[in-house]
Ligand binder design. Structure first.
Ligand code: BGC
Length: 807
């Protein structure tokens, strides 16, 4: 232990006190020993530090900070170094705001396009997500503060995120859902990790010994801290045993008492606590310089320009018929669409940044050099139909050479705590497009949203530029690409299926009431579409440029692959070349292609560069569930270099020595997996894969409600008060939506509807304690008077004991 001497000076109470928050954002301090608090703040693409009311559990506005493009956007740059740059700037702002731990990046896999937080995550591919995240972490931590990689792990939906049990086979867990975290730990060297809300194969992640001890601490040798997601602690002592250092936010010391009791009773050895304290102290002491530094200002303008550069590298050109882009000099454009006036640049929830500056298309137009003949709103942002607006837009479009149509998803649709209901953009925007097409067929759509959408309207546009969520300078970056000042170089970090029904998890998302089964196993994203031969709208890794690139002269040896890249067009540009690997053996089911490396490289027109992508420990490995280890099949491998996952330009093969592990599967029992057609696997075949029966995915309505049941389950509670409360909540949600307060309606869903009963104590900063929750549960379970008197008695006890402590 690094801080043995100091720990020996601490009382049991002091040690336990460090294991939970002081308020909503800070850890506790111990003044007499010189141990200070840490400040933790969101989030992944900008600092969200609440100015006042640190105890306020809500999402009130933060101190202004640079809003960089969200992770879904930055991932399209495929540029690890750029990730590191963003990290450095984030770190600088964190220091200026005296933040020790920055709560990001988020590296959860995009299992399904509807997950409400996809805009905050990088990719459907763990290698790309891990590499980008490692860059962020290195950048953030270069300032002597800590990143906090989240949400560990298998938190791939917002629906019932605080209670759902994710059922996933060990191989998919390792290869898909853990690899990005592994890279964040081993290569990024993150000092902190946030456990997720959900259960994993039956146990809350925060308490899951296999996840936290065998894998994280054991295999990956992680020495940093694990912090719960806010209100995500279930049983504090079990969490401690699994190695959780910090429960957030504050429980007013209640859960510290549980730790003390467990140690006094012998349930937990004091050394376990000491180890956790030691790791927490390390986080405090290695980040405290940042916290104690005198106040610094960051260069707001400079950071804004960096945000712009990042967006410029991440925007993806998806269609460019007749080379409609870049806009030819002097072409008259009509600017149409609400998003041109009010940029859509980030998502809702805990990652919401209060930007220092905010660019909107209309304000940046003049400097772009593009000739505008006017602007029309065209549609109502939140979906309401408006014929008048369409008519006016068509009038304007008639006189233009090119229509720039700004469409996408509104900010309330992409939000934490809630999944999207469909993959479509609002109907009123499509109606507008159809009408515009009748009067002008030179349409360039500029799309703003942080996740994949269906595009049944794609034939009506000649050009399509996907701005994703480009942060506070995104609007200007888009204009610079439209005008040709910048050559687009982003490529998609996720697949765009033709229809939602095509997605591999379509039948198993968001799962049942109590659990979600990842029956598609390792076949997520392109791993599925490619192997099952399902056509897609835009493949993983796809993106156009204003120039063209030629690939030649592949050479493969056991260290890696070398090839030549030529810019065969007339302007300079950046190309993202991707390395995919395919095992030729059919013993173990594997996707047709897996991303194992990539480079982003700048090449002048007419120039040729030689590129090398080295192999690494992940190039040939697969996880063998029999040996419980990473193994390599001894076989021939195809080494593919592609401009996208569907556009392979060069192929070679190489034989690789294997580790000689036994084949872990019985082929006969897993036909869908061996065929790669894993979108509708039967329960029986999935059970063959995981090796046991799946738990019942419905709530047990016969059981009384308990700590881990959610407010939503009050619908079948015995107590009428609980049922009434349930209906009132549903009504409030419906009513707020009806009167257009969708954001507030969403907050009800996120913070109340899906909250487990224990959350009433865990999220109220000490206003309610667990014995009071017992009273609430009694009421919910039909013992109104007994529950009420218990609740009041416990409340009095709590107040009394706090008064006594103060004396
Ligand atoms: C989110 C985390 C976030 C935390 C603190 C939680 O609801 O899941 O991502 O860091 O709140 O705001």
């Amino acid at each position: 232990m690094k801080y043995k001497e100091l720990i020996e000076k601490m009382t049991l109470e002091e040690k336990a006190s460090l294991m939970s928050g002081k308020d909503f954002w800070q850890s506790k301090d111990i003044e007499r020993l010189g141990i200070s608090s840490m400040f933790l703040a969101d989030g992944p693409h900008g600092i969200r530090k609440q100015a006042a009311a640190a105890n306020h559990p809500g999402l009130n506005v933060g101190i202004p900070a640079t809003c960089f493009p969200t992770a879904a956007t930055v991932a399209n740059s495929w540029n690890e170094e750029l990730g590191e740059k963003i990290g450095e700037y984030l770190g600088e702002e964190a220091i200026a705001q005296k933040v020790n731990v920055l709560l990001g990046p988020g590296v959860n896999m995009k299992r399904n396009p509807l997950c409400g937080r996809n805009f905050e995550y990088f990719s459907e591919d763990p290698y790309l997500a891990g590499k980008m995240a490692a860059g962020y972490i290195r950048g953030i931590q270069s300032h002597g503060i800590s990143a906090c990689v989240k949400h560990f792990c298998a938190n791939n939906q917002e629906e019932r995120r605080m209670s759902i049990d994710t059922i996933v086979d060990e191989r998919a867990l390792r290869e898909i859902y853990l690899t990005a975290f592994e890279i964040a730990v081993r290569e990024g060297k993150t000092k902190a990790m946030m456990s997720s809300y959900n259960r994993l194969n039956g146990t809350y992640t925060n308490e899951n010994m296999h996840l936290m001890q065998d894998i994280l601490r054991g295999e990956w040798g992680y020495k940093g801290c694990v912090i719960t997601d806010w209100g995500g602690s279930n049983d504090r002592v079990t969490g401690l045993l699994a190695g959780n250092e910090l429960e957030m936010p504050s429980t007013a010391g209640e859960s510290d008492q549980e730790i003390i009791k467990a140690i006094k009773s012998g349930r937990v050895k004091e050394e376990v606590l000491d180890e956790c304290v030691d790791r927490l102290l390390d986080l405090i002491f290695t980040t405290e310089k940042a916290y104690h530094r005198p106040h610094t200002e960051f260069d707001v303008e400079k950071h804004h320009r960096v945000a712009q550069k990042v967006a410029e590298e991440a925007i993806v050109l998806l269609k460019n018929e007749d080379n409609i882009l870049p806009l030819k000099f002097g072409k008259k454009v009509a600017v149409i669409g609400d998003f041109a006036k009010d940029a859509r640049y980030q998502g809702a929830g805990s990652s919401l940044v209060n930007p220092t500056i905010l660019d909107h298309t209309l304000n940046c137009f003049e400097e772009s050099g593009i000739v505008s003949i006017g602007y029309e709103q065209g549609f109502e942002r939140y979906g309401k139909k408006n014929e008048k607006r369409i008519e006016k837009a068509c009038e304007l479009a008639k006189n233009a050479d090119v229509v720039l149509l700004y469409i996408g998803l509104d900010e309330v649709t992409e939000a934490e705590g809630l999944d999207r209901q469909s993959m479509r953009i609002p109907e009123n925007q499509i109606e507008l497009l159809n009408a515009l097409y009748e009067v002008n067929q030179n349409i360039v759509a500029i799309l703003s949203c942080g996740s994949a959408v269906e595009m049944p309207w794609i034939d009506k546009v000649k050009g399509l530029l996907h701005g994703y969520l480009g942060g506070q300078a995104g609007a200007r970056s888009i204009l610079r690409i439209l005008s040709g000042d910048v050559n687009p170089s982003g490529k998609l970090a996720e697949t765009y299926p033709i229809r939602y029904e095509d997605t591999p998890s379509f039948h198993n998302f968001p799962g049942g009431e109590a659990s979600v089964e990842y029956r598609e196993s390792i076949y997520i994203g392109y791993r599925y579409y490619d192997t099952a031969n399902v056509d897609v709208l835009f493949p993983f890794g796809y993106g156009l440029s204003y120039t063209t690139f030629e690939y030649s002269d592949i050479e493969v040896n056991k260290y890696g692959v070398t090839f030549k890249l030529t810019n065969s067009g007339s302007v300079a540009g950046m190309e993202i070349a991707q390395l995919y690997v395919h095992s030729k053996s059919t013993d173990i089911f594997r996707p047709k292609k897996e991303l194992k490396g990539f480079v982003k490289i700048f090449i002048n027109a007419g120039e040729t560069k030689t590129v090398t992508i080295p192999f690494d420990d992940k190039t040939f490995r697969y996880f063998n569930v029999k040996t419980n280890k990473w193994e390599i099949e001894g076989t021939e491998y195809e080494i593919m270099i592609g401009a996208s996952s569907a556009d392979i330009r060069l192929i070679d093969t190489i034989f690789i020595e294997g580790t000689g592990a036994p084949v872990p599967y019985d082929k006969e029992l897993l036909p869908s997996y061996y065929l790669g057609k894993a979108s509708n696997v039967s329960a029986e075949e999935f059970e063959n894969l995981i090796g046991h029966t799946v738990p019942i995915s419905q709530w047990d309505r016969t059981k009384p409600l308990g700590y881990n049941d959610t407010i939503e389950q009050c619908q079948y509670a015995k107590g009428w008060v609980a049922r009434l409360a349930f209906h009132l909540i549903v009504f409030a949600y419906w009513f707020l939506k009806k009167i257009g307060k969708r954001s507030s309606a969403n907050i009800i869903m996120m913070s109340i509807y899906h909250l487990p009963f224990r959350g009433i104590a865990k999220m109220t900063g000490g206003a309610v304690n667990m014995p009071m929750v017992d009273g609430i549960l009694m009421i919910a379970n039909g013992h109104f008077f007994k529950g009420l008197s218990h609740l009041l008695r416990e409340r009095n006890n709590m107040i009394k004991s706090r008064k006594q402590k103060k004396l």
